[in-house]
Write a protein that binds this ligand. Structure first.
Ligand code: NAP
Length: 277
């Protein structure tokens, strides 16, 4: 029961895989590589074992509450709590995707915002006091990407609740179904999902602050993965650096922040960094 435990969602490939690799090298406890598909997950574990690393494995589909509950019960029984949770799993439609915006909006928000939220709601009750949560956002999650000042003001309102934020995310999906989303929300469901995740991070920090839990959002950089169609110039290990910093090294004072791939805290609401990645 005493061993520490770290978990990375969606870690059979890409940045999540590299976060597991980095944690295996430095985290003093057990590290769980998780995947929605068991075969892909076990292959990834075997790949890390060939490097002399020793991740544990558990199935985890963030869109399936039962899958998350089974994992929570397993962790509670085996470890008594969670020390590090990295919410990395996400999807993104390609720029040339032919699915209508309404479909892209519903699916992207379902996975990246609502399923990450429900995963947190299931797992947060067993976070240990002092735990660290890293929400993998994106430069797309910078608030300046939302055209409407009214929405930006709502999203950064320090009294915004999770239920109100989820209401705004549902408003976006409904607007996309009506084809009226562009003026206020812009043209990218991925942007809205990651802005939502970053807003959620700030609310989660407020709710967990008393328990000394640190919750931060991170832009990992533009990384060479399937999601970026291998156009990102950074390696997956480069992309894991800022998430690993937040999981392991950031001072305890770093709370509810939006952290850039170079580990610098950036203002979420204004002054989006102009660096290329
Ligand atoms: P990726 O290579 O496509 O990997 C995404 C991972 O998430 C895969 O393991 C995927 O599993 C998993 N996943 C998707 N849906 C899931 C679900 N329902 N349950 C559990 N796992 C699920 O993408 P990546 O580039 O490494 O992205 C990792 C994170 O970084 C994402 O949050 C992404 O938004 C963010 N990010 C990436 C970039 C970039 O340039 N790549 C930039 C900014 C932010 P399957 O293999 O089963 O699909």
């Amino acid at each position: 029961m005493s061993s520490k435990v770290a978990i990375v969602t969606g870690s059979n490939k890409g940045i999540g895989f590299a976060i597991v690799r980095g944690l295996c090298k430095r985290f003093e406890g057990n590290v769980y590589l998780t995947s929605r598909d068991v075969r892909r997950g076990e292959q990834a574990v075997a790949d890390l074992q060939k490097e002399g690393l020793n991740p544990k494995y558990h199935q985890l589909d963030i869109t399936n509450a039962k899958s998350v509950e089974v994992f929570r019960d397993y962790l509670k029984e085996k470890y008594g709590g969670i020390d590090v949770l990295v919410n990395n799993a996400a999807i993104a439609f390609k720029g040339n995707a032919t699915e209508p915006v309404a479909v892209q909006a519903e699916q992207t928000l379902f996975v990246n915002y609502f399923s990450t939220l429900s995963t947190c709601e299931i797992l947060f009750p067993i976070l240990r006091d002092g735990a660290r949560v890293v929400n993998v956002s994106s430069s797309a999650g910078h608030l300046s990407n939302i055209p409407s000042k009214r929405l930006r003001d709502r999203l950064q309102d320090p009294t915004l609740t999770i239920s109100e934020l989820s209401g705004l995310m549902r408003d976006y999906v409904e607007a996309a179904k009506l084809g009226t989303q562009a003026a206020e929300w812009g043209n990218s469901s991925y942007v809205v999902s990651k802005v939502g995740l970053t807003a959620l991070t700030k609310i989660q920090q407020r709710l967990l602050n008393d328990r000394d839990i640190k919750v931060n959002a991170v832009h990992p950089g533009y990384v060479d993965t399937d999601m970026s169609s291998h156009k990102g110039p950074l390696s997956i290990d480069d992309g894991a650096q800022a998430p690993l910093y937040l999981a392991l090294d950031a001072p305890d004072s770093v709370r509810g922040e939006f952290v850039w791939y170079n580990k610098k805290i950036v203002s979420w609401a204004d002054d989006k960094p102009t660096e290329k990645y």
